[in-house]
Design a protein around this ligand. Structure first.
Ligand code: 5GP
Ligand code: ZN
Length: 116
């Protein structure tokens, strides 16, 4: 999929509105439109990477920064003590519905395991 057709690239470009939590040159964090927990946000690279399987070794530093910021935001949003779940759904079997790499953070309630 080209970046022109990508929903999250459109959110990055401001063509589709989102409720932003954090933004810098490399990443954007925003609340999920269909929250599955009291706190549910997504953090995405501004670079269009389709999924984790498409990661290049040169992107490994970027992934580290995404996780670092995700845990900072989770703590700021009140989940430091009880934690939550950082998730990257990947391709068909992983249930990925938007083909632009994203980390979900879900917190604010106890989450079941294993996933269905
Ligand atoms: P996936 O299923 O690919 O792991 O997650 C995609 C997520 O993006 C879903 O949780 C879905 O609710 C969220 N999402 C889809 N479209 C939009 C949108 O237009 N705005 C926001 N904020 N979230 C979206
Ligand atoms: Zn994209």
């Amino acid at each position: 999929m080209s970046t022109n057709d990508c929903l999250f690239c459109k959110i990055i470009a401001g063509e589709i509105p989102s409720k932003k939590l954090y933004e810098d040159d490399e990443m954007l964090a925003f609340y999920d439109i269909n929250p599955m927990a009291p706190l549910h946000f997504l953090i995405i690279p501004k670079k269009h990477i389709e999924n984790l399987m498409e990661l290049d070794v040169s992107d490994s530093g970027l992934i580290g920064k995404l996780f670092y910021k995700a845990q900072e935001l989770a703590k700021e949003q009140g989940c430091e003590q009880k934690g939550g779940r950082f998730v990257i759904n990947t391709k068909t079997d992983g249930g990925q519905t938007v083909d632009h790499l994203h980390i979900h953070f879900l917190g604010g309630r106890a989450l079941g395991w294993p996933p269905g």
